[in-house]
Design a protein around this ligand. Structure first.
Ligand code: MN
Length: 413
């Protein structure tokens, strides 16, 4: 037994824990506390003959942890019901066994006291609406069909967007969510290190992509959080480059923006590394300025400050740093080459929903300044995942080197 355990530990250094149903039940309880009506969500429905991937509609997943298709959720201040489709023998021959409301143990499996077959949905919704005026559903296109049906059934009822109510909860991460994001982050940063180790001049961008993705899956994560960006030389100035077909040569820098999704949660990390292990003096200069801007922004981060946008934001802190520390080939300041936002929320989605207003403790955001100068063929971005704490910030991806000397040492060939 002991030998067996040792082997398991060896093979799965990052075994994936599954978030317990109690976590999702607690989220619904939080939502109900502030709910002044009926909230309805439609889970993703699979297409005909589709190889169904369990990427559930994120708000639905946030509140249920349920990833099987065609489920529905009804929540009022006093009750919550999960609706499931019936067993379909033929579909299950293709897709594997699925759960249904009549299964024994369905409450324990789903974490819902009430699980009903899907045909009870209209009756239960009618009942709930008989004593509540307000009706909330998602207005987003991915579940638009469900909301359209609601409108058709209740033409005189105002239907408000449910998203802001759920987003308010989603932006503040629970301890279980922080653990999940940390795990995705740990696997991701190990994957970056493994890609650096493999990288040699003459290799192709897709080989780095392969190493990253392989590492994620090998360590129990289920997917990439987004298409990996491996942009060498001139490709480094293309923000969302993900073609990854080019040969990487000595003397170029490569922007590597890639992260894993593990148990539904994502990370988001970028490093810019020199092919062959040595920055040119100009690359190092730009790199140091981006790094300095990132450090300045993180040092100024705390609850109450705003991340991006106009005015007094962390984005301005980063831009001011860039302008104070370097010039382009025409003697112009550098912040005009920082052409995107400083960061975004991270969670179930790599771009988790945002709320208007300042940062709050418990939010997880990226801090990702970049300078992209097409004329010089230099693109540098450094991106870390950061938790806003009561009085500052904690870098969750801090174990991955950022200092240029450390990076040169790690990739040197
Ligand atoms: Mn990002």
């Amino acid at each position: 037994m002991r030998r067996f355990l040792a082997l398991v530990v060896l093979l799965a250094p990052f075994a994936t824990p599954k978030m317990p149903v109690e976590e999702f039940r607690a989220r619904r309880a939080n939502l109900r506390k502030a709910l002044d009506g009926v909230l309805v969500l439609f889970g993703r429905v699979e297409g005909r003959d589709e190889v169904f991937r369990s990427d559930q509609e994120p708000n639905f997943y946030y509140l249920t942890g349920w990833s099987q298709p065609a489920a529905r959720l009804l929540i009022t201040p006093t009750e919550e019901i999960l609706f499931l489709p019936h067993h379909n023998e033929r579909a299950e021959r293709f897709q594997g066994k699925r759960a249904s409301a009549e299964d024994s143990g369905i409450s324990a499996l789903t974490g819902f006291d009430q699980v009903l077959p899907i045909e009870k949905f209209e009756t239960e919704l009618d009942k709930a609406l008989a004593s509540h005026e307000n009706l909330y559903a998602l207005a987003t296109p991915s579940v638009g069909a469900g909301t359209e049906k609601l409108k058709a059934r209740y033409p005189f009822r105002e239907i408000s967007d449910a998203a802001p109510h759920i987003t308010k909860l989603r932006v503040k991460k629970s301890p279980a969510e922080l653990a999940a994001i940390q795990r995705a982050t740990d696997v991701t940063l190990q994957a970056h290190l493994s890609a650096w180790k493999r990288m040699t001049p003459g290799m192709y961008e897709y080989q780095i992509h392969a190493t990253l993705e392989d590492f994620f899956l090998e360590n129990g994560c289920e997917a990439v959080a987004y298409a990996p960006i491996v942009g060498s030389g001139p490709n480094g100035v293309v923000l969302h480059y993900s073609v990854n077909r080019r040969r990487m040569d000595r003397g170029e820098v490569v922007v590597m923006d890639s992260a894993a999704q593990c148990d539904g949660y994502t990370s988001d990390i970028t490093r810019t590394v020199p092919v062959g292990g040595k920055f040119t003096p100009r690359q190092r200069e730009i790199y140091q300025i981006v790094l300095g801007a990132q450090k300045a922004a993180i040092a100024a981060m705390k609850p109450g400050v705003r991340l991006s946008g106009d005015g007094d934001t962390l984005q301005k802190v980063a831009k001011d740093y860039m302008d104070a520390h370097g010039k382009d080939l025409h003697g112009q300041p550098l912040s005009k080459y920082f052409v995107h936002g400083l960061g975004h929320q991270v969670g179930l989605q790599v771009h988790d929903p945002n709320i208007e207003g300042p940062l709050e403790a418990g939010m997880v955001v990226t801090v990702e300044p970049g300078i992209y100068i097409p004329e010089e063929g230099i693109g540098v971005r450094i991106e870390d995942v950061v938790l806003v704490t009561e009085n500052g910030a904690k870098i969750l991806s801090g174990a991955l080197p950022r200092e240029p000397d450390e990076i040169e040492k790690a990739v040197a060939k």
